[in-house]
Design a protein around this ligand. Structure first.
Ligand code: SF4
Length: 218
């Protein structure tokens, strides 16, 4: 099977296993700050950290004006709180300085490349964070790769050990935002529930018969 065909096969298998996803498009600034907060933590703690931020300051405009130490205290539950507080403040300041207000809606009018370039110029924003904003908030066809997807796609043989997973996956997948969105969420679910970092449960995996790692019996 060619890699492009294998990617489609994986998407179909996961769709059969996990079914359709329910999604509404999220506000881009909320997505951006939420994705920064998600680094090195789980969804529950990310959600708690965001809720704590909003409860403490009332708005992201107020967060922008707050001292880093106060932001760090508010998001302590999410881990790496000091580093994330610095990033959040820098990102909010940059948006306000360049755009005049905390509004990212202009990215909807940008090409995918322009929007990606603009987001990547923000301090601490990498391809995953930028990709999540572009895909989930703007419906632009960019496939973000998180730690689960990186592990699973390498094991499946879609991404080579020395390849950049973002470049590889975005070259392989159809330029269809819904396809990417579904596959992104399904691969993360597979990584969390079955394809664990240690001792993946290959015997119950829906991709068992097409997986290089399972074939090696490791
Ligand atoms: S067969 Fe095993 S290694 Fe391959 S994707 Fe499934 S759980 Fe991961």
């Amino acid at each position: 099977m060619k890699p492009e065909e294998k990617a489609r096969w994986i998407a179909e298998r996961l769709q059969d296993r996990y079914g359709e996803i329910a999604l509404s498009r999220s506000d881009p600034l909320t997505t951006l700050i939420g994705t920064i907060l998600s680094q090195n933590t789980n969804d529950t703690n990310q959600g708690r950290a965001y809720a704590s931020l909003v409860a403490r300051f009332g708005s992201l405009d107020k967060v922008k004006e707050a001292p880093v130490e106060e932001i760090a205290k508010a998001i302590r539950i999410g881990g790496l709180h000091r580093q994330k507080a610095v990033r959040i403040k820098q990102v909010l300041e940059r948006i306000a300085q360049e755009r005049g207000s905390l509004d990212l809606s202009f990215l909807a009018e940008c090409s995918l490349d322009e929007a990606m370039k603009w987001l990547l110029a923000s301090p601490g924003v990498g391809k995953k964070t930028a990709g999540v904003v572009l895909l989930f908030s703007f419906g632009k066809p960019y496939f973000p790769v998180d730690t689960h997807i990186r592990r699973v796609t390498r094991r499946l043989g879609l991404v080579g050990p020395k390849e950049d997973p973002h470049e590889r996956m975005n070259a392989l997948l159809p330029r269809d935002p819904m396809f990417m969105l579904r596959l992104h969420l399904h691969l993360i679910r597979l990584g969390r529930e079955i394809c664990h970092p240690r001792r993946p449960e290959c015997s119950i995996c829906p991709l068992h018969d097409g997986c290089g790692r399972a074939a090696e019996g490791t």
